[in-house]
Design a protein around this ligand. Structure first.
Ligand SMILES: *Cc1c(COP(=O)(O)O)cnc(C)c1O
Length: 527
């Protein structure tokens, strides 16, 4: 048992002199202080000698595990119900959440989730049903999927949508498998997918996972796809391109239509990463840009919690060329009855599905939340969503660009996220120090060192759900930290000072994680 105060979970880490003086030096804070509690592991709290519940000793039962049963106790801590609840509640308070504060992670679109959505998702008719129920008993749920599909097709100007992919990257795989199926069906299997530098990291990963060779297309000075370089590389071996739009520099690709025409003329197909559709929804229809497949992250564009808050959902809209290859299952309607098509129909059917991506129809809870968000805004309201998201990002861009280098700030407004570089920080200070300083200001750090095309990138996405007041608070903290990094304030190098754990060795944490708790004696013996 270690000596930490186990009863109250009070912070006890701030002890060594160096840290004390650093804290003294940190005098100007403008934000709230999150993450104040330290909390031992549950194994350190309780003892395996005790049991938290009263259960009569049971008669031994004959094992049916065929030799796979445990042969010794695993040392679970015996805690009472209230101790257990308190432990996990205290732990949950160490978690930064969108309900605690602004979440500036660029590209992640962490936005407020209206409570109405939660209420809808909890309606018993949606939450208490099971995918294996007879379809006649879940007509409402299938209608909801069909209605959401209709909205997605309308908003994107695309003729078809595959609803089942369970997140953005899964949607990418769906789109690329559809492209592969379409090319193979015309007897023209190709080998290469072109991915620009400004694409999201999941794009090349998806293409490689689907068996394609990935070739990179450079970005221009202005942070966009180099169209000439792309045109020069197109040829009979290129299956398609994957373009993130708006791209990870927070910029719209204005040449999208031209790129699509070039790719189609060379016999390829166009995948668009539309995870951040929130920046253009209601204003641009990807179907008008010649796109063949695009996933939409419902969990970014149409609220619905994600990250630690819940699962994602990544429906993929498809062009005429790809629609026949859409995955199973899908919902159709005939004679006022909704069907869930589970297998390929008759030979006369024009469906040529590439198969199945998930066991069932997709993320019902996320469909419900997304449709609730869509219907409560309506088409005009959704246009305002994207306008406000872009306005908020530009407010941050222009409130910071006198202090921080904004590499593409001169080329006009950004889309939904503002991108800065580490140029101008004092010698020995870098993006990581700004991130750690933000923790002491009570904020989750922004996305850092991504996109790779910008040195020491800081990518900030406020989303449309933040008020001007909330943005001003964040900007105040961000400016405070950046000023310290520019002036060479040494206390920043050991930030965070107000989190339960100070500066961690991030490399060791990633490369040598300790995932198993050992009793202290065992750990010492092993040393
Ligand atoms: C978030 C994101 C993805 C991946 O989405 P997941 O749901 O996390 O799989 C892909 N591309 C872009 C541009 C994104 O922002």
């Amino acid at each position: 048992m270690n000596e930490r105060d186990l009863n109250q979970g009070r912070p006890s880490r701030i002890s060594d002199a160096a840290n004390d003086s650093a804290i003294e030096a940190v005098t100007t804070f403008s934000g709230n202080k999150a993450l104040m509690l330290d909390e031992p592991l549950i194994f350190e709290l309780g003892s395996s000698e005790t049991c938290g519940v009263d259960i009569d000793v049971m008669e031994p039962v004959e094992s049916r595990l065929g030799g796979l049963e445990r042969n010794k106790p695993i040392g679970l801590a015996g805690l009472s119900e209230s101790e257990t609840v308190r432990h996990y509640t205290r732990l949950s308070r160490q978690n930064y959440a969108i309900d605690l504060g602004l979440f500036p992670l660029g590209s992640c679109t962490m936005k407020h989730n209206p409570r109405l959505n939660e209420k809808m998702a909890r309606v018993a008719g949606f939450s208490d049903i099971h995918p294996m129920q007879p379809v006649s008993t879940v007509q409402g749920a299938l209608e909801l999927i069909d209605e959401l599909a209709h909205w997605l097709k309308t908003l994107t100007g695309m003729p078809a949508v595959a609803m089942s992919p369970k997140a953005g990257a899964h949607g990418e795989l769906c789109g690329i498998l559809a492209i592969r199926a379409a090319l193979e069906a015309r007897g023209d299997a190709r080998e290469v997918i072109l991915v620009p530098e400004s694409a999201h990291g999941t794009n090349p990963a998806t293409a490689a996972f689907a068996g394609y060779r990935v070739e990179e297309i450079p970005a221009t000075e202005g942070g966009r796809v180099d169209v000439d370089a792309l045109a020069a590389r197109l040829g009979p071996d290129v299956a398609g391109v994957m373009i993130t739009n708006p791209n990870t520099c927070g910029l719209f690709e204005p040449d999208m239509r031209k790129i699509s025409d070039l790719v189609h003329a060379a016999g390829g197909l166009v995948y668009c990463d539309g995870a951040n559709f929130n920046a253009i929804v209601g204003r641009v229809r990807p179907g008008d840009l010649g796109i063949d497949a695009m996933h939409i992250n419902l969990h970014k564009t149409f609220s619905t919690p994600h990250g630690g808050g819940g699962p994602g959902s990544g429906p993929v809209v498809l062009s005429e060329a790809l629609a026949p290859y859409a995955p199973l299952p899908y919902v159709t309607k005939s004679d006022d009855f909704f069907h869930l098509i589970e297998e390929e129909q008759s030979l006369s059917d024009d469906s040529d599905t590439f198969g199945r991506m998930t066991a069932f129809h997709g993320q019902m809870g996320m469909f419900t939340r997304a449709l609730s968000y869509i219907m409560s805004h309506g088409a005009d309201g959704l246009k305002q969503v994207s306008e406000d998201a872009v306005l908020n990002a530009n407010y941050i861009l222009r409130s910071m660009d006198d202090l921080l280098d904004a590499p593409f700030g001169h080329s006009g407004p950004c889309m939904h996220e503002a991108l800065f570089s580490d140029k101008g920080l004092a010698d020995g200070f870098s993006t990581i120090d700004v991130s750690k300083g933000l923790i002491d200001e009570g904020y989750h750090p922004m996305t850092m060192y991504f996109p790779l095309v910008v040195h020491g990138a800081m990518l900030v996405e406020p989303t449309e759900t933040e008020s001007k007041h909330a943005l001003d608070n964040f900007i105040g903290s961000f400016r405070n930290v950046v000023t310290k990094a520019k002036e060479g304030d040494m206390s920043l190098l050991s930030a965070p000072h107000f989190a339960p754990r100070a500066r961690l060795d991030e490399t060791a944490a990633a490369r040598k994680p300790i995932l198993v708790w050992n009793e202290p004696e065992t750990a010492e013996a092993a040393e």
